[in-house]
Design a protein around this ligand. Sequence first.
Ligand SMILES: C[S@@+](CC[C@H](N)C(=O)[O-])C[C@H]1O[C@@H](n2cnc3c(N)ncnc32)[C@H](O)[C@@H]1O
Length: 287
Amino acid sequence: MLEELHIIVCEAEQDRSLERPEQLRERIRAMDRLEDVMMHEPLELTRTGKAAWDALQRRAQARHAALAEVQRHLCDAVRHAIVHGAGVHALSGWLHRDDLRDPWGYDHLDALIGDVLSLDEPTTPIASLEHEMVFYQPTPVRHVLDLIHRTRLCGDDVVVDLGSGMGHVPLLVSICTEAHACGIERESAYVESARRAAQALRVDRATFIAQDAREADVSRGTVFYLYTPFTGGMLRHMLDRLHEEARQRSFRIATLGPCTPAVAVEPWLRAASEPDTDRITVFRSVA
Ligand SMILES: C[S@@+](CC[C@H](N)C(=O)[O-])C[C@H]1O[C@@H](n2cnc3c(N)ncnc32)[C@H](O)[C@@H]1O
């Protein structure tokens, strides 16, 4: 085991290409592996073994710090571009929705966007969830990119994220497209974090409302996004409200996760592709 950890550190030290900004995926992977070394606690060590282990730890920490510095520079540049309205250009080289085969893991794109958005942890306690409400878990960034790709958003679109958590879907939509985006989230501590991020990045096309999604104003949305924020009767109630709105006008609903089959059987919705729990599915309402 120690031999394997030693190899991880040596490889990360020797691979100078990890310092090139464009080696994002490889750098994040190397940093993750170095973190494994840094968190590892060997069971028993002799005195010489302990000295060698401490030296390896120091090397892992030093290499990790150097790579973190590369990441920091990269994120500072992207944040600067976003603040000056050029976020989509700054991000376009990095954001590829290439690997959707693993639907649920987080990857280098989540690491990058996490650093860029710098969503700070809520400062007040999180309220406990009611029955049928789903806890906060962000949509993996590659699925947000897939959402943007499949919906082909334009300046007239208003994306409403029902149960928006800390808001990175509305933030990314506003940074990467011309559309407006609104996050509705019952947990006000998350809403505060999202608003602070939007303000710091001057992303003024993203707004956030602390509210139960079932009571939200649905009159402006052109795309409603549901990453399974709730289930059962709560989802039923939301779909009934949207169905009511669909009698007035047509709009789209995009889903991800276990809510997709429930949405797919709604007779007033037509799916643009085979509904799939593990992928973004876009539906259009019909009168
Ligand atoms: C699975 S997370 C999705 C987060 C976000 N949409 C995303 O994709 O990154 C579900 C979120 O819905 C919120 N939520 C659950 N029930 C809600 C309700 N009735 N009204 C508003 N938000 C709700 C939770 O607090 C949680 O933040």
